[in-house]
Design a protein around this ligand. Structure first.
Ligand code: UT7
Length: 320
């Protein structure tokens, strides 16, 4: 028994922030951002929260799947920017959807969060502990950026994507995932101050910092290797895949992966031009965009791959 994606949805915040606007509030330019990354604009929250974006994306995925919220056994949200330390975003989503029969929890695997959630749900389904689940990748990264650090804040956007997963004989085929904690320092956010009265602590809020070149090297090495691994396990060649739905960190990373696999960029749909890097949200938002274009046929082979903070990576081969 495996599982199949039977519906997708996504939700982006209303406010669009262009590169031109960013160049009015910091020392950057549309030319630098678009030529180094491919990003032209991103959506950032004002009123919206990680939970509200997730609930909206989840509603759309349930409607597309024709599944009622009460039918969900499980909700997993991949996020590193939940609105609360507790309750989890997944519990907020459960309440927002009225998914009274679902067990709900978050996974923090940064940009691999949606893939880690998908793998987890598939394992539950395979074991018979779950039949129908909602997996969401959602972020409001704008709140953990240092808006004085032009080398990171211009890259990221906010948003949520969701998929309904159900037990089936066919669908998700094979997975690869991994973590390299030794490299965690290359993309980190300490965030909360320590409020323990026994511990001397400076009351400085910390924001995301990244060694872009180290993360870049990691991505262009680990992602093709992970994709080759799932292709090898399935006995397939890179050209047998219709679409590669990759984490949207940087167009140059995606081009490097395409080159390494020797496949055309036509097989790599792109959303980073209008969404930026939405961390755990990138892969499910892009999957939903592709799905809603109506270009996926039953049986199409798709590879999804996420990579980032941790450092972590996760790849899944599926038949639509
Ligand atoms: O989802 C998490 C995964 N994250 C990633 O995959 C990120 C991977 N890394 C990257 O995508 C790239 O390393 C970046 C896009 C982050 C940076 O590109 P780069 O080609 O590695 O640039 P750089 O960091 O070497 O910076 C080159 C120059 C520097 O100036 P100098 O020292 O050459 O004078 C930077 O200060 O560009 C400058 N710079 C900027 N200039 C204008 C850095 N950020 C900006 C900016 N606008 N926003």
């Amino acid at each position: 028994m495996t599982s199949r994606i039977i519906g997708t949805g996504s939700c982006l915040p209303e406010t669009v922030v262009t590169n031109a606007y960013l160049s009015t509030i910091m020392d950057t330019s549309d030319e630098w951002i678009s030529s180094r990354t491919g990003i032209r604009k991103r959506h950032l929250v004002k009123e919206e929260t990680t939970a509200s974006l997730s609930i909206e994306a989840g509603k759309k995925a349930l409607a597309a799947a024709g599944v009622a919220a009460e039918e969900l056994d499980m909700i997993i949200v991949g996020t590193l920017t939940g609105d609360y330390v507790t309750p989890s975003t997944a519990c907020e989503v459960q309440a927002g959807l009225g998914a009274v029969n679902a067990v709900a929890f978050d996974i923090n695997a940064a940009c691999s969060g949606f893939l880690f959630g998908l793998h987890t749900v598939n394992a539950y389904i395979h074991s018979g502990m779950c039949r129908t689940a909602l997996v969401i990748g959602a972020e409001t990264l704008s709140k953990i950026m240092d808006w004085n650090d032009r080398s990171t804040c211009v890259l990221f956007g906010d948003g949520a994507g969701a998929a309904v997963i159900q037990a089936d004989e066919k669908g998700l085929v094979t997975f690869d995932q991994g973590s390299d904690g030794e490299k965690g320092k290359y993309l980190a956010c300490r965030d909360r101050t320590n409020n323990n009265p026994l511990v001397q602590s400076d009351k400085v809020l910390a924001y995301t910092h990244m060694d872009g070149q180290e993360v870049y090297k990691f991505a262009v090495t680990y992602v093709p290797a992970s994709i080759q691994k799932v292709l090898g396990e399935a006995g397939l060649q890179p050209e047998d895949i219709k679409y590669y739905v990759l984490h949207q960190a940087n167009l140059r990373i995606i081009q490097a992966v395409a080159k390494r696999l020797k496949v055309s960029m036509d097989k790599f749909p792109i959303s980073l031009d209008h969404c930026g890097n939405v961390s755990a949200g990138s892969v499910p938002i892009l999957l939903d965009e592709v799905n809603r274009k109506g270009i996926l046929q039953k049986g199409d082979r798709i590879i999804m791959s996420g990579f980032g903070g941790g450092l972590t990576w996760g790849t899944c081969l599926l038949e639509w």
